[in-house]
Design a binder for this molecule. Structure first.
Ligand code: NAP
Length: 250
């Protein structure tokens, strides 16, 4: 009997957790796809690298006879989310978006919410001289022209050698980060403002708590618009969705 096939678009800790849950379903074949950005990814993937836009993904879904797809990519990976939306619609297979809820501002937070890295970079000269930049490595160049500011830049892998980076120090580290770690980092480097994406989840939330405690502003980059459709915020709900479609396809 041919097993139904699930494609998980990964690159998040939730995708890793979902992968181990669905692997317990012996009559289901699971393929996890990674973009290939991280040198030592946490998860085991069955395939690595882009599909080649919407046409490439449509081709892949058809050739590999994928029955359903879970887009468990990061909330800021909007290109992949839209590609998955269009390709699944075109092929006619169910798609679920697994995306954790954004962080909500609470009393004591001094957030300055902004649309993207460009708008964040424009406001920094009026805010601080020492900035903790926690946006990953892909968009560092946006801040490179801010030569009057010193940046502490945290990311998992170093930036590509051909991109301009702002003045400051690179810190290569993978979360989760504890509150104690974040407090001492902010103090040690005399940080005046943090720039963060509103990623949600616990792994990188301690810096937001530390900023609140220390009365520091956080330039919070808002999430891009994601496609409509089935969406859940936690791994267990995604697993329930798989079970629903899995039982239908048997
Ligand atoms: P993106 O801008 O949405 O995607 C750019 C291109 O990368 C896509 O069009 C696709 O190429 C390829 N791609 C992305 N995710 C893929 C996957 N899981 N499998 C195969 N190809 C994939 O994405 P991004 O922001 O560069 O993020 C890349 C990866 O890093 C994602 O998997 C995401 O979950 C993870 N990540 C991103 C962030 C973030 O802040 N953006 C943070 C943590 C983790 P083709 O068009 O050629 O198919």
């Amino acid at each position: 009997m041919v097993k139904p096939r699930l494609l998980i678009l990964g690159g998040t800790t939730d995708a890793v957790k979902l992968q181990s849950l669905v692997n317990t379903l012996s009559d289901l074949e699971v393929i996890t796809s990674l973009a290939g950005r991280t040198r030592q990814p946490v998860s085991q993937s069955s395939r690595i690298g882009g599909f080649g836009g919407v046409p490439g993904l449509i081709n892949y879904l058809q050739q590999e006879k994928i029955n359903f797809l879970i887009d468990a990519t990061h909330p800021f990976a909007s290109q992949m989310a839209w590609n998955a939306f269009h390709a699944c619609l075109s092929v006619g297979i169910p798609r679920l978006k697994l995306v954790r809820s954004p962080w909500e501002k609470v009393t004591g937070d001094r957030w300055i919410e902004t649309e993207n890295n460009e708008t964040a970079a424009k406001m920094l000269p009026n805010l601080a001289k020492r900035v903790f930049l926690t946006i990953g490595r892909q968009e560092l160049a946006t801040y490179a022209k801010l030569q009057e500011i010193w940046f502490l830049m945290r990311m998992i892998d170093p930036p590509e050698s051909n991109i301009s980076i702002p003045p400051g120090k690179l810190l290569l580290a993978r979360g989760p980060f504890s509150l104690e770690q974040e407090r001492s980092l902010l103090l040690e480097h005399k940080i005046e403002v943090i720039v963060s994406k509103n990623s949600g989840g616990n792994a990188t939330y301690a810096k937001i708590i530390a900023a609140r405690e220390m009365d520091l502003p956080v330039v919070m980059i808002q999430r891009p618009l994601l496609p409509e459709g089935d969406q859940v915020g936690d791994v267990q709900s995604a697993f329930n969705w798989v079970n629903l479609h899995f039982s239908k396809s048997k």
